[in-house]
Design a protein. Structure first.
Length: 131
């Protein structure tokens, strides 16, 4: 901040600016670490006690994961963004509302809408996999 003092135009107090900067940096850090953690989990092999892998189950899991990601991409952009922040980044409703500068009720509505739409879009896939 000190190095860029000439280019910074504060609309509020320095205290508010620093607090918001620290908060945004923390959110970015949490997102980055959660992304790396989920990538690490994807590389873990699923094996039974005798070290044999159930390939049918693994294929079903991969298919289901792929269908879920495709269904998420069909959501409206704002709903998709809010859903991903909550489910993938682990942000709470108040954190999302504050980060996106929208009411918490809007976050709640979008999460609810996303879940309902995903249930409808994925119902056939779940039926096929459970047969």
């Amino acid at each position: 901040m000190w190095n860029n003092l000439d280019s910074i135009h504060l609309r509020s107090s320095i205290k508010s600016y620093l607090f918001q900067s620290a908060k945004n940096a923390t959110i970015d850090h949490v997102r980055k670490n959660k992304k790396h953690a989920s990538e690490s989990l994807e590389n873990v092999d699923i094996a039974s006690e005798d070290d044999t892998v159930n390939f049918d189950e693994e294929a079903d899991n991969h298919l289901l994961r792929q269908k879920i990601l495709e269904a998420i991409e069909l959501l409206k952009p704002k709903t998709r963004e809010i859903f991903k922040l909550h489910k993938f980044e682990g942000l709470t409703y108040p954190e999302i509302a504050d980060y996106l500068k929208i009411p918490q009720r809007t976050v709640e509505y979008n999460i609810y809408t996303a879940i309902q739409q995903l249930k409808v879009r994925l119902s056939d896939t779940v039926k096929v996999l459970s047969e």
